[in-house]
Write a protein that binds this ligand. Structure first.
Ligand code: ADP
Length: 494
């Protein structure tokens, strides 16, 4: 591929060159005027003055300017100072030799200087390329694997190298990511060809380059850039960086899938443990009751009814455990399908209290419901389930006659539903953890039946609505659990 340091002449370039040639001509004319009209010196001094001017032009500008200077200097020297003066005739053949030596010295000096300058420019361009590559490599290390990686890399390359367009084809995903002000759609066939056959392509006029991205010799994609011609080394280094970036995210994704599978496996076994544990107590109670009934130990019809009530209550408890487990598995797998409709939270709380009447019997439950709260778009059944978990816990972790208080209010941006109790409260360090799956306070593990699933279910439901849950201590003892549901949730499909 051609080296990319040649520059195209633009209109601005031509004007600049024209001005420099004017300056060169003025310098030679000035020297000529000075020696012809102001002071008279010998021919060698004049020739050396011209040579000095030519060398300064060569060092300062380029080949074109210095050759112009040397040709003008030779012509002026010949016309004004070599006898016969004011003619281009050269009488003495030695002067011809002197003239050619002068011209050759000027050209060689200007070429050397131009070459030196080109080298410096190339070195500077290479240094700038290296700095940009370093910037890209740093950005690739910091890429966010949860977002589109190809798009992020294309954007980074376009910004760092200030390109018109960048197109990056990831062969594994069969996806082209673009960045830059232009979209470079016409290059797609070349991109595919490069990604499959490993070919390269360059259009110097359009300053567009396409090349394969290889990993271990195999093409894994291709990269097209437009707006500048990079050196071969820089382009290869850039492709290597992109290859590393693509591969790094691929490896991370594989690892996180493996981790997700492991977590799902762990979740299933913990769920089974919790269910098995929660099944044991009610099953043992049911078994004792039914054995007593079957073996006709119980003769009194009143006792028989009591035993049957125990069986009924324990069966309810089992049903709740199964329902909780299924619900948790559903919300944990992200399968919460929200059926959003406008609901009045008051109505939800009232119907919940109605449904929980048997559980709240003998308990003091106070409703402090604010007037005139707007309707909220929620999944009524799921939010009811979340509030139910809080009331369940408030009843379970506090004992009569301690009251349970259910209240609601608007806080401007959303609705807050709170359930307060006068139970033992939650120690500060444990407050975040109790919302985790299966987490239970050490004191409660043996004392109060439970699976540690209730708050996790409630939290997932509330978060699916764009809300959040919190717990705080209550003055005078106990805790208040609150659910916040925003009026205008972000990211919830309505
Ligand atoms: P479970 O009640 O089945 O154990 P939860 O997820 O509902 O599961 O609650 C997790 C833990 O948080 C409980 O085990 C208990 O230790 C603590 N907890 C929850 N609610 C209360 C409450 N109102 N008062 C005191 N502790 C509570």
């Amino acid at each position: 591929m051609a080296n990319g340091f040649k520059s195209k002449f633009s209109a601005g370039g031509f004007i600049g060159l024209f001005l420099r040639i004017l300056a060169v001509s003025a310098t030679i004319a000035g020297i000529t005027y000075f020696y012809f009209n102001v002071i008279h010196v010998n021919a060698t001094t004049i020739a050396l003055s011209y040579l000095l001017a030519v060398l300064i032009c060569a060092a300062r500008w380029g080949l074109v300017e210095s050759i112009t200077a040397s040709v003008l200097a030779v012509l002026c020297f010949n016309f004004f100072f070599l006898p016969p003066v004011i003619t281009f005739t050269v009488a003495d053949p030695q002067n011809w030799v002197a003239l050619f030596a002068f011209l050759a010295a000027s050209i060689i000096a200007s070429q050397l200087s131009a070459r030196g300058k080109r080298r410096t420019q190339e070195a500077l361009a290479r240094q700038s390329e290296m700095e940009k590559l370093y910037a890209v490599s740093r950005a690739i290390l910091l890429i966010d694997p949860s977002q589109n990686v190809g798009k992020q890399m294309a954007k980074q390359i376009a910004e760092t190298f200030d390109l018109r367009a960048v197109a990056l084809l990831d062969r594994a995903k069969r996806e082209i990511s673009r960045a830059g002000p232009e979209d470079l759609a016409e290059i797609d066939d070349k991109l595919r060809e490069a990604a499959i056959q490993g070919t390269s392509f360059e259009d110097a006029k359009e300053r567009t380059m396409v090349t394969a991205i290889r990993l271990g010799g195999e093409p894994i994609g291709s990269l097209a850039i437009s707006g500048t011609l990079l050196s071969d080394t820089a382009l290869q280094a850039l492709c290597n960086l992109v290859a590393v970036g693509l591969e790094k995210t691929r490896a991370e994704q594989v690892a996180s899938q493996a981790e997700a599978a492991r977590q799902s496996q762990e979740f299933k076994s913990t769920l089974l443990d919790a269910i098995a544990h929660e099944f044991n107590t009610p099953l043992a109670t049911i078994k004792t009751a039914t054995t007593s009934i079957i073996s006709e130990i119980v003769e009194n019809p009143g006792d028989l009814k009591d035993l049957l009530r125990v069986v009924d209550e324990e069966a309810d408890r089992l049903e709740r455990v199964v329902a909780d487990a299924l619900q948790l598995a559903r919300v944990d797998a992200g399968r919460v399908q929200l059926n959003l409709e406008p609901h009045s939270i008051d109505q939800i709380v009232h119907s919940l209290c109605e449904e929980m009447r048997s559980m709240t019997e003998g308990r003091s439950v106070a409703l402090v419901l604010a007037d005139g709260l707007p309707l909220v778009r929620i999944d009524g059944e799921l939010i009811k389930l979340a509030i139910r978990q809080l009331i369940d816990n408030a009843l379970k972790y506090s004992s009569p006659p301690a009251p349970v208080e259910i209240s609601n209010r608007s806080d401007g941006e959303g609705l807050v539903i709170s359930v307060g109790d006068r139970g033992p409260g939650i120690p500060e360090p444990e407050r975040a953890r109790i919302f985790e799956k299966f987490y239970r306070l050490a004191d409660d593990r043996s004392r109060v039946p439970g699976t540690g699933m209730g708050l996790a279910i409630a939290r997932q439901i509330v978060e699916a609505h764009g809300g959040h849950m919190s717990v705080e201590s209550r003055e005078g003892g106990g805790s208040i659990f609150s659910i916040f549901i925003p009026f205008n949730p972000k990211g919830v499909s309505r």
